[in-house]
Design a protein around this ligand. Structure first.
Ligand code: HEC
Length: 216
């Protein structure tokens, strides 16, 4: 490799590439040459060398200080940064929980699924397996409320229905399905629930909650 460079260099420079070190009034000129450029063999300035060693010494003090906060739990820049990131993450999570419509599918996305008979069918199968024991085979209500009327305890908008299914109402016996079903399965369930709205099944459970005039 260096052979190649040297031969190119000697071809390039009229003075010849390689020679002995050369003493000049500005210092010792080193024997090599690249693209016609030569360099002096001067030491770096004292202030730069000083800064170099000072930064090593500083790092020996600062790195343990930076990390010690984690071990002895006092506030150091690293610990503050971690706390800040955790606070941000918690804020984002609370925000997402308070506004489910801002993450995941929108009302319009979910309503659109109702006209996709494949997705509604997928929801129907899942509903029969997972939800019918509490909501009745026609979603007419049993232990859980009637899902075919327009009265809702937790909101009747598609995103609100989705939110109830994902988070559940554990205190009232409605399981949070978010951890058990895939996101697209939950979408299919919402599509099914929207598709049976107003279906007037036999033996309906009396309406519970607030009447929402929000036809899909
Ligand atoms: C163990 C019984 C049970 C199962 C299983 C169950 N639910 Fe529920 N569900 C409930 C109860 C009880 C409520 C009412 C909660 C309340 O009173 O706040 C409810 C509420 C709901 C609501 C909100 C109704 C409203 O008026 O706002 C929806 C939507 C719903 N369930 C959908 C489903 C779906 C979809 C499934 C299947 C994945 C399912 N549930 C499975 C018991 C259940």
């Amino acid at each position: 490799m260096s052979d190649t460079i040297q031969s190119t260099e000697s071809a390039a420079g009229p003075e010849g590439a390689e020679g002995a070190e050369m003493q000049t009034p500005y210092g010792v000129l080193r024997p090599h040459r690249y693209d016609g450029i030569m360099e002096y063999d001067n030491p770096p300035p004292g202030w730069l060398t000083g800064l170099f060693f000072a930064s090593i010494i500083f790092s020996l003090v600062y790195i343990p200080y930076y990390l010690a906060g984690y071990i002895y739990s006092f506030d150091t820049p690293a610990v503050n940064l971690t706390k800040e990131l955790e606070a941000e993450a918690a804020k984002a999570k609370a925000e997402a929980k308070a506004h489910p419509e801002r993450s995941g599918p929108t009302d319009a996305d979910l309503r659109a699924l109702v006209s996709d008979s494949g997705r509604v069918e997928q929801g129907k199968t899942l509903f029969a397996a997972k939800c019918a024991p509490c909501h009745g085979p026609q979603a007419q209500g049993l232990i859980g409320p009637n899902l075919t009327d327009n009265a809702w305890l937790h909101g009747g908008k598609p995103t609100e229905i989705r939110h109830t299914i994902v988070e559940g109402v554990p205190a009232k016996g409605m399981i949070p399905w978010g951890s058990q079903l895939k996101s697209d399965e939950i979408d299919a369930l919402v599509a099914f629930v929207l598709s049976v709205r107003g279906s007037n099944p036999p033996n309906p459970k009396a309406p519970e909650g607030e009447v929402v005039d929000d036809a899909p």
